[in-house]
Design a protein around this ligand. Structure first.
Ligand SMILES: [Zn+2]
Length: 423
């Protein structure tokens, strides 16, 4: 069968591998779901041509930590620190979510992310009260048609239902090369007793699942990484989130074990969980991506997260992160953090065609051709996202999402918000 070909013609192309570099007047050829070539004067033979003049063309953003269900509680946790956030979100709102609410919020949140140029995200889904809730989250991620990692969240108390984790893994998300894949998202040693941690890690091993966990110094284990090591649970294929309060020795243990990290500088500042940690993690040699985290108190786009990372680094690091550093964290390093760097995160031919186009001829982007990389991290916002492709499929064109049921998704989110807000 003939391949579907798309040619992105004459863009300001930013690639990210090995480091971000901008190439004006460059084409990108896509065949089916993959990038076929990047260069100048590529043949348009048999291809649909998308004119990328006055467009920055770059790999789609990779969000390495997000709770999509909170999309139904927008502005619900403003001005709250971590304790206040946990009390309100996990204590009050979360228990009110029915399966259809998880579906509506997950779908709308995923569409919001795509609209803002996020082509891959991990959904740390921790309002899963029944198997129907878990199915609703997976259904919504698959309906959104972005690349997603479903993080099956286990409750901090009681450990959840391992049989349902098995059901979802074996029955629904067995293919680790599908558009929607799965990891296990248990409470971890910072928040739950070591016996439960061992049970959860063994479940991940049994099912061949990667892990993602929130980490901090306490309230249960003060040195959670050392605790994992002492119990033979420190290993690769584990994504550690936050870690602001961990000492450098703990970060070194993560690096040596082959683990990866996600920092969410905006939410970490909002929730006051400690000094910015991105610079320390990178210096320790840990592959580190960026995440939005909590859309109940923060915007859901990666532009604001990249800016938060740069600004926070001015305070925390003697040599602050640069625009190129944070753009790489938001793309290729994020892919590495999720274990997907061989498939996404750069424009290397053979990789999945997850690509976004930003308008350089919008008022806030005019004259930014001098440095497209800095333009993305200092000037751009979701309103500049013109075109989005996921696995070679156009999901946003000429500034509009092409999802079939956008009006229905918005209607369902509003219905859910009225329920979970108790109105
Ligand atoms: Zn989180």
């Amino acid at each position: 069968m003939a391949k579907t070909r798309i040619l992105l013609r004459n863009g300001f192309v930013i690639d990210t591998d090995p480091e971000p570099v901008a190439r004006p007047g460059t084409d990108v050829l896509i065949e089916d779901d993959r990038i076929a070539a990047v260069g100048t004067g590529l043949s348009a033979d048999g291809a649909v041509v998308i004119d990328a003049t006055d467009r920055i063309v770059l790999p789609g953003f990779v969000d390495t930590h997000r709770h999509l269900w909170e999309t139904a509680v927008r502005a619900g946790a403003a001005d709250l620190d971590l304790a206040g956030y946990i009390g309100v979100m996990l204590g009050q709102y979360g228990p009110r979510f029915r399966p259809q609410d998880v579906y509506a919020a997950t779908l709308a949140g995923a569409l919001e992310a795509m609209d803002a140029g996020v082509t891959t995200l991990i959904d740390y889904s921790h309002a899963l009260h029944t198997p129907q809730h878990a199915d609703a989250a997976v259904d919504a991620l698959q309906a959104a048609r972005l690349r997603a990692v479903f993080g099956y969240g286990l409750p901090f108390v009681g450990g959840g239902d391992p049989d349902d984790v098995r059901r979802v893994r074996i029955g629904r998300l067995a293919d680790d090369e599908a558009l929607v894949t799965m990891v296990l998202a248990p409470a971890g040693p910072s928040f739950t007793a070591i016996d439960q941690v061992m049970t959860d890690w063994h479940l991940a091993d049994e099912l061949g699942l990667r892990l993602t966990i929130h980490v901090s110094a306490g309230p249960v284990a003060i040195r959670p990484i050392s605790t994992l090591r002492e119990h033979g649970l420190l290993r690769e294929k584990t994504l550690y989130v936050h870690g602001n309060s961990l000492d450098d020795e703990e970060l070194k243990l993560i690096a040596e074990s082959g683990g990866t990290a996600s920092v969410t500088p905006a939410s970490e500042a909002q929730m006051r969980v400690g000094a910015p940690v991105a610079g320390r993690l990178r210096r320790a040699g840990v592959p580190t991506g960026l995440g939005v985290d909590a859309v109940a108190s923060l915007p859901g786009d990666m532009f604001s997260v990249m800016r938060a990372a740069v600004l926070a680094s001015q305070i925390a690091d003697q040599t602050p992160l640069t625009s190129a550093d944070v753009l790489k964290m938001a793309t290729l390093d994020g892919a590495a953090a999720l274990g997907l760097a061989d498939r996404i995160g750069s424009l290397r031919p053979g990789k999945q065609a997850d690509i976004i186009l930003l308008r350089l001829d919008d008022l806030n982007m005019l004259t930014a051709e001098r440095d497209p990389i800095a333009a993305v991290t200092t000037a751009a916002n979701p309103g500049n996202v013109d075109t989005v492709l996921v696995a070679g499929r156009v999901v946003k064109a000429a500034g509009r999402l092409v999802h079939g049921d956008l009006a229905e998704a918005i209607h369902a989110l509003r219905a859910t918000a009225s329920v979970v807000n108790g109105r």
